[in-house]
Design a protein around this ligand. Structure first.
Ligand SMILES: O=P(O)(O)O[C@@H]1[C@@H](OP(=O)(O)O)[C@H](OP(=O)(O)O)[C@H](O)[C@H](OP(=O)(O)O)[C@H]1OP(=O)(O)O
Ligand SMILES: Nc1ncnc2c1ncn2[C@@H]1O[C@H](COP(=O)(O)OP(=O)(O)OP(=O)(O)O)[C@@H](O)[C@H]1O
Length: 402
């Protein structure tokens, strides 16, 4: 198994990386984002910022070529119109795409490297229509990063909208302030999974996280890895904000359960509107995507962080699959309803995170979060599907007894 690059040589010099830069040097194959593209902030996570893009089509629209009709124009005009038509056709690659740009962090890789890793290590694990597709786009010529970083910075320092900005207020979550975009040659064009203009279309986004117990969880665990992590986070939150209700969460094992009651529960936890929960339930009962994701998580890390080499590609891809996002686009109604499901946020993790992964696991074990033996003052309800008390607690919560 080929190790991923080590910290001091991160993201360079392996054969895979060399082929990435080779493909990038064939830059004529990578589309260029036109200078006058409209770029509008959509959202961000810890590592990337995602933007809506609107490219400007040449005017008059190419359909005019048909409107010349019988009065044949001079050849130069025809050439001009044809030229514009072919430029417009080339711009269609930007249709239904978002622009995803990485933040300047030690754990993010240049987009060209991320793309090479995604193509080689992630895309083969799924069908094309199960993934948010991604491809490189050149952004250097349009000075995109400089402009966008100014905008991000401006939001933090100005109370009023920047000139030319469509946003009236800072859309960035406060905890994301202070981190900006990396000055890369490339960005990624990704399948746009935001709701379309069609009536009733909406998108549900969630992280399925660890769909199986952690291989290094202690014997007798009554919480799965994610429920252990969530219980710990809830306890920290409760100490800091004793009067606020914590975020709701669900047990990821329920997402791939064969028990219809567990699926109904998780669907209702994911969306409290009954009609939406019903759509989610039907999808959870019938989809093959999440089980495929679970099986890949198992295959790529059967031993866990303490017994595997966390710097291998397999391990890093397993961790990637434990932190990806599912986008569900719901359209239509009732039985006519359709769901398009795709996995996104599949940048192969950096092996530099190994110490963090080990420390996280050790903490969950040592503090008793897996075994439900956390300190009495931090005690959290045992809502994980691995706990035999789970239904009793769920029912008492439903009856308002908890
Ligand atoms: O450690 P976890 O399980 O809490 O996952 C981290 C995520 O936290 P979450 O629990 O999903 O809110 C975390 O997400 P947020 O910052 O909470 O949006 C990141 O995705 C992080 O990965 P990276 O540092 O961006 O590569 C994630 O780190 P790893 O997947 O590398 O562990
Ligand atoms: N293909 C997409 N279609 C629609 N929205 C998207 C898409 N990709 C990302 N987004 C939106 O942008 C947000 C941030 O994107 P993304 O998950 O790629 O960031 P990240 O930094 O990689 O996340 P993480 O914190 O998990 O590392 C998402 O939560 C989602 O709301």
């Amino acid at each position: 198994m080929q190790p991923l690059p080590q910290p001091h040589q991160r993201w360079i010099e392996t054969p895979a990386m060399a082929s990435a830069s080779a493909s990038v040097s064939a830059s004529e194959l990578i589309p260029v984002l036109p200078d006058d593209t409209g770029i509008q902030y959509l959202g961000e996570g810890a590592a990337n910022i995602v933007y809506h893009i609107s490219v400007r089509y040449p005017t008059p629209p190419p359909s005019l070529i048909e409107e010349y009709g019988d009065g044949t124009p001079p050849p130069s005009e025809i050439e001009d119109v044809e030229d514009r038509a072919s430029r417009a056709a080339a711009l269609h690659i930007f249709d239904n795409k978002l622009l995803r740009l990485r933040k300047d962090l030690p754990t993010t890789a240049p987009c060209a490297v991320a793309q090479e890793n995604w193509l080689r290590l992630v895309a083969p694990l799924f069908d094309a229509d199960q993934l948010v597709q991604q491809s490189l786009v050149q952004i250097r010529t349009a000075n995109v990063i400089e402009k966008l970083n100014k905008e991000l910075n401006g939001w933090e320092h100005n109370k009023y909208p920047l000139r030319g900005s469509l946003r009236s207020v800072d859309p960035r979550p406060t905890q994301r302030h202070g981190i900006y975009l990396a000055d890369d040659e490339h960005g990624l064009l990704v399948t746009d999974m935001t709701p379309g203009s069609a009536l009733n279309e909406e998108v549900h986004e969630f992280k399925p996280k660890w769909l199986l117990q952690s291989p290094s969880a202690p014997p007798g665990s009554i919480r799965c890895r994610q429920c252990a992590r969530n219980a710990r986070m809830k306890a920290i939150f409760a100490r800091e904000y004793p009067h606020l209700a914590p975020n709701k969460y669900f047990c990821p094992l329920d997402l791939v359960s064969e028990d219809r009651r567990a699926i109904a529960l998780v669907a209702s936890q994911m969306d409290s509107v009954p009609s939406k929960a019903l759509i989610l339930r039907r999808w959870l009962e019938s989809n093959t995507l999440l089980k495929r994701l679970r099986d890949a998580q198992r295959k790529l890390d059967p031993k866990g962080i303490f017994l595997s080499d966390p710097t291998t590609e397999d391990f890093c891809v397993a961790m990637t699959l434990r932190d990806c996002t599912v986008f569900l686009r719901l359209s239509g109604k009732g039985k006519e309803g359709h769901i398009e499901a795709r996995l996104g946020d599949l940048d192969v993790k950096c092996p530099d995170k190994a110490e963090y992964w080990k420390a996280t696991e050790q903490q969950l074990i040592d503090e008793g979060w897996y075994t439900g033996t956390e300190k009495a003052e931090d005690r959290q309800p045992l809502l994980c599907s691995l706990s035999s008390d789970r239904w009793k607690i769920v029912n008492s919560m439903r009856n308002g007894l908890n």
